[in-house]
Write a protein that binds this ligand. Structure first.
Ligand code: ZN
Length: 161
């Protein structure tokens, strides 16, 4: 459960994420910023580091999630809220789901991003099944496929997540 933030909080945090995004452009980075606000009220920032770090997964939202999780010393951000200067792409939505983020608010939408040269429409088509040619993914049945899961099951010290 996540308590819904007030409209003024949403506006304030989105403005802050937009400010981060604009500052990141001035610093030579991509035009994206994000915040994760954890239930304790702390604000964890992230900006796009794709080109700076040569990390195609370093989207602002992912960076903010990593920052929040590290600062909170937990991989479970239940009850946290993600604010993004732009609509989160499928990568960031999946990261937010794995982080158990409770809700997401964004300012600019995917069309605005496409207009700036950041078009992830193909990815949405891929996930809705209409463009399987974009990246074939195939299963191969190998005898050892279940070994890691068996090792996990047999490990009494495993940390469930
Ligand atoms: Zn993203």
């Amino acid at each position: 459960m996540v308590t819904a933030p007030s409209a003024s909080d949403i506006n304030r945090f989105l403005d802050q994420a937009i400010g981060l995004a604009a500052a990141n452009v001035a610093a030579g980075g991509g035009p994206f910023g994000a915040l994760v606000v954890t239930p304790d009220g702390r604000i964890h920032e992230g900006v796009n580091h794709v080109t700076r770090d040569n990390d195609p997964t370093a989207h602002a939202e992912v960076v903010a999630i990593r920052t929040a999780a590290a600062a909170s010393a937990t991989f479970d951000l239940s009850g946290a809220v993600l604010y993004a200067s732009c609509e989160p792409c499928p990568l960031c939505l999946a990261a937010a789901l794995w982080a158990r983020i409770g809700q997401v608010h964004f300012a600019a939408d995917r069309q605005a991003a496409a207009g700036a040269g950041f078009d992830d429409a193909l990815f949405y088509e891929y996930f809705d099944g209409s463009r399987p040619d974009l990246m074939p993914v195939r299963q191969t049945a190998v005898p050892a496929a279940d070994v890691p899961f068996q090792a996990w099951h047999d490990n009494p010290d495993r940390v469930e997540y």
